[in-house]
Design a protein around this ligand. Sequence first.
Ligand code: SAM
Length: 253
Amino acid sequence: MIGKVYIVGAGPGDPDLLTIKAVKAIKKADVILYDRLINSEILSYAKKNCEMIYVGKADGKHTMEQDKINALLYFYSKKYPNVVRLKGGDPFVFGRGGEEAIYLAERDVPFEIIPGITSSISAPAYSGIPVTHRGVAASFAVITGHEAPNKKKSVDWESLKGIDTLVFLMGVTNRQEIAKKLIEIGRNPDEPVAFIEKGTTNEHKVIESTLKEVSQNPPEVTPPAVFIIGEVVKLRNKIKWFEKDEIPINYLV
Ligand SMILES: C[S@@+](CC[C@H](N)C(=O)[O-])C[C@H]1O[C@@H](n2cnc3c(N)ncnc32)[C@H](O)[C@@H]1O
């Protein structure tokens, strides 16, 4: 038997930020292999006898190796007609979804990609920060803040000088280094920045600062967080809505 594997983006946290296509795939899944940070409400769409396999990080342990996850996807595609690989945000934005798709393609396993709402844009949006804004930011980039030690492709720091809004994912640990490098390449030390912890969830928290302050005396930040840099952060003064919204998060249900 050859099943189909759906590589599905689960969105950033708010369970209502799931696409209709993702819900359809979850509902018909025979097995779901899911990551850390996937809201349990999302998993509750699954049918009763759906096998649930956690492939994320266990406390104090490393993430399950990618090779092992790939092998599991292949294994379950031989066992079940509908296999869902559920990933945080969007599967192709620092989600290793491309590697899983290549592995399956090389073994002639049919698959579909169901894009998800990435935290890189939605966590700022829930904070009242548009990543682009007419007259303020005409470009934005999403960058890894944690380059792999055996990196095959590294960040071209110089190229970040001319981009208006920078969004770093996985950048909490290296936040001071990142800020230093950005000042080094010529970005304005007074540029506003924000860290958005657990964006779009009930624990959504925004910490505002400047590049200079982060480079000298970085604020406390708890991952997962989006680190956003640029003049657009100032628009939050006017556009901030989620943190002051008195309507509960699931008002659309
Ligand atoms: C491995 S990357 C995966 C990104 C994901 N594929 C996406 O599109 O959002 C994990 C990083 O995404 C960011 N992230 C994911 N969910 C987040 C959330 N709800 N709030 C803030 N940052 C989040 C953090 O920077 C975290 O370290």
